[in-house]
Design a protein around this ligand. Structure first.
Ligand SMILES: Cc1cc2nc3c(=O)[nH]c(=O)nc-3n(C[C@H](O)[C@H](O)[C@H](O)COP(=O)(O)OP(=O)(O)OC[C@H]3O[C@@H](n4cnc5c(N)ncnc54)[C@H](O)[C@@H]3O)c2cc1C
Length: 148
């Protein structure tokens, strides 16, 4: 069995260690606990649609990461690690005037194109919400002309 030491237990080192362990290696994950680790500070948001990076290579990597996290969460649960906080949720972007609504409709078209290319399982299911839909879901939001 190969013996591997991974230095740095942030998300990158921990992911590498996990994959190596799955592949059959005996892995030791080492961290010096120095302040400033980005993983401890990160909000943990996997932005799929909302990211402004639209090139196919970047988008493909992002959607692969989103799909992988579903698999990772299921794997964690299967071995009894149920305390993770991974949850697929949707962002809401609202328009307060017709100009903003036009821009959001263009963003919706771009998102639907990404769904056609990468599939809803990776990208999510973009939906246009009317002003009333938004008011009923989020009563505290000021009156809008719709949202995505
Ligand atoms: C405030 C904030 C918010 C963020 N929010 C998001 C977000 O919502 N979504 C998102 O995708 N990304 C977010 N990011 C970015 C994301 O957190 C980082 O890109 C990611 O965590 C980097 O992971 P890493 O494993 O490369 O580095 P780190 O998490 O920094 O891990 C490196 C580890 O190596 C250890 N180390 C360093 N040197 C040594 C050594 N010589 N010996 C042993 N150990 C060592 C450190 O202690 C550390 O634990 C955010 C970042 C910040 C700062």
């Amino acid at each position: 069995m190969p013996q591997v030491a991974v230095i740095g237990a942030g998300i990158v080192g921990a992911s590498a260690a996990h994959r190596l362990w799955q592949a059959g290696a005996a892995v030791t994950l080492i961290d010096n606990g120095a302040p400033g680790g980005a993983t401890a500070a990160g909000a943990g948001i996997l932005a799929t649609i909302s990211s402004r990076a639209t090139d196919l290579e970047t988008a493909g990597f992002r959607f692969q990461a989103a799909r992988y996290h579903l698999e990772l969460a299921a794997n964690c649960e299967a071995v009894g690690l149920t305390g993770h906080s991974y949850a697929p949720v949707g962002p809401l972007t609202v328009a307060f005037d017709d100009g903003q609504a036009d821009e959001l409709h263009r963003e919706m078209d771009r998102s639907l194109q990404l769904v056609r290319t990468f599939g809803a399982a990776s990208v999510g299911s973009p939906q246009w919400l009317s002003a009333n839909d938004i008011r009923s879901r989020h009563p505290l939001v000021a009156p809008t002309t719709g949202g995505l």
